[in-house]
Design a protein around this ligand. Structure first.
Ligand SMILES: *Cc1c(COP(=O)(O)O)cnc(C)c1O
Length: 417
């Protein structure tokens, strides 16, 4: 079924699939199409079940098809969704999110994380009447022309007025600020370094504090892009963990547990600037995803989901390290335990990782070899212990394979490095 759909897709979808949803550069046996999802589980179109550690690349926080969240969604859907104007849920959601996020005095809603980061860029430029923004090399902020990681179809002008620094490197941040001079509009910050293909890094408090100070000294705005990490590291903005309040934060993915909505939150400093950019979309005021987000915020506030996902992540991390050691491997498990990234030491060609991930997939575990993964609150300790058992078997497969060739489909990446 998956193979047949891929053939049909080749005929009617350019290149068969696009963006991060293309599985063409994942290990060979990864399915492209899925039939259903429930709780922590995912079924491909051939009926294979996986425990899913990608969580939809971030949206699944409380479990796929969460009953209370979906009930809020369906109830609102039946009353009205994309209407001529928003429903009361837009106010309830803005109240809920500003109550939850300590730097935020106001909220605006949109559909994708890219909408939110692009609005933040415009707000910073409108607030300062300047152009230049600083962001970290390799950090993802979405797929609009100004920030897409692939230059195809963009102009040099789309990338103008941007200066890049190294994440967690105070000196390179200071150098970028000097280069921006009197034109500095804002500094974009990933809450953690969660770039693909490289180890994750927590923010150093010095880096985060310096970014805040530099923005204050220059009258620029500090923007934390919490689209991926938001609600997974803290119930507040992720940089509350290092004691730094941004002027703007951007949210998406988990905020409605998979329903289509994203947000920009801000402080009173830039309320006026945010209120005078023209941004909108046909579906941005749809009420049903807002009702789902209100329900999600209630669960964020009232349940132990965060502590639970941390504990499950730590259990997984310990178990995988022990299993790897039994087979003579050493893993690089980086970043917060609830957003794990797992790679092998001594694996320049990603070949061990690809073989291991493929072996996990065949055993019913959907892992990712080079993108951070996600724990969800619907996972159980039994799910984690099961995953560790499967990992043990998958390590044996890698061990038995002997020497491996670098992964051919990642040759572009090795050339770029
Ligand atoms: C996914 C992501 C975005 C873009 O969100 P979309 O909903 O895919 O447009 C922006 N920033 C970060 C950090 C992300 O992970």
């Amino acid at each position: 079924m998956d193979r047949a759909l891929r053939e049909r897709a080749q005929a009617v979808i350019p290149n068969g699939m696009y963006g991060h949803q293309s599985v063409a550069i994942l290990p060979d046996d990864y399915p492209q199409f899925f039939a259903k999802a429930e709780g922590a589980y995912l079924w491909d179109v051939d009926g294979n079940r996986y425990i899913d550690f990608m969580c939809g690349y971030g949206p699944n926080l409380f479990g796929y098809g969460h009953e209370a969240i979906n009930k809020a969604y369906v109830d609102q859907l039946q009353r009205g969704d994309a209407m001529t104007g928003p429903g009361p849920a837009i106010v309830e959601l803005a109240e809920a999110m500003t109550a939850q996020v300590s730097h935020a005095d106001w909220a605006m809603f949109c559909k994708n994380g890219t909408d939110a980061t692009t609005m933040a860029l415009m707000t910073a430029r409108n607030h300062t009447r300047r152009n230049t923004i600083i962001r970290a090399k390799g950090a993802y902020h979405g797929s609009a022309p100004w920030c897409t990681p692939n230059p195809h179809g963009t102009t040099p002008g789309d990338h103008a007025h941007q200066i890049f620094c190294e994440y967690n490197d105070v000196e390179s941040l200071e150098a970028a600020v000097r280069e921006a001079g009197a034109d500095l509009a804002g500094i974009f910050a990933s809450p953690i370094k969660h770039d693909t293909f490289v180890d994750q890094e927590l923010p150093s408090p010095e880096y985060a504090r310096r970014a805040r100070e530099l923005c204050d000294e220059h009258g620029a705005l500090l923007i934390v892009d919490d689209v991926r990490a938001g609600l997974r590291l803290a119930r507040d903005c992720s940089w509350s963990l290092v004691g730094v309040k941004p002027d703007l934060s951007t949210w998406g993915k988990s905020i409605a547990n998979g329903h289509a909505i994203s947000a920009m939150l801000g402080s009173n400093v830039c309320r006026q600037a945010a209120g005078t950019i023209f941004v909108t979309g046909s579906y941005w005021f749809a009420a049903a995803p807002m009702a789902a987000a209100v329900a999600t915020m209630g669960l964020v506030r009232d349940t132990d989901y965060l502590e639970r996902t941390v504990a499950l992540g730590e259990r997984l991390r310990r178990g995988l390290d022990e299993a790897a050691q039994r087979h003579g491997f050493s893993l690089r498990q980086t970043g917060p335990a609830q957003t794990p990234l797992i790679m092998f030491d001594d694996d320049a060609g990603y070949s061990k990782g690809y073989l291991w991930n493929n072996a996990m997939l065949k055993r019913g575990v959907y892992f990712h070899p080079w993108h951070n993964m996600f724990m969800c609150a619907a996972m159980t300790e039994a799910d984690i212990d099961n995953t560790i058992d499967r990992a043990d078997d998958a390590f044996a497969v890698v061990k038995a394979s002997g020497p491996l060739e670098p992964v051919a489909k990642l040759a572009w990446r090795r050339r770029a490095a």
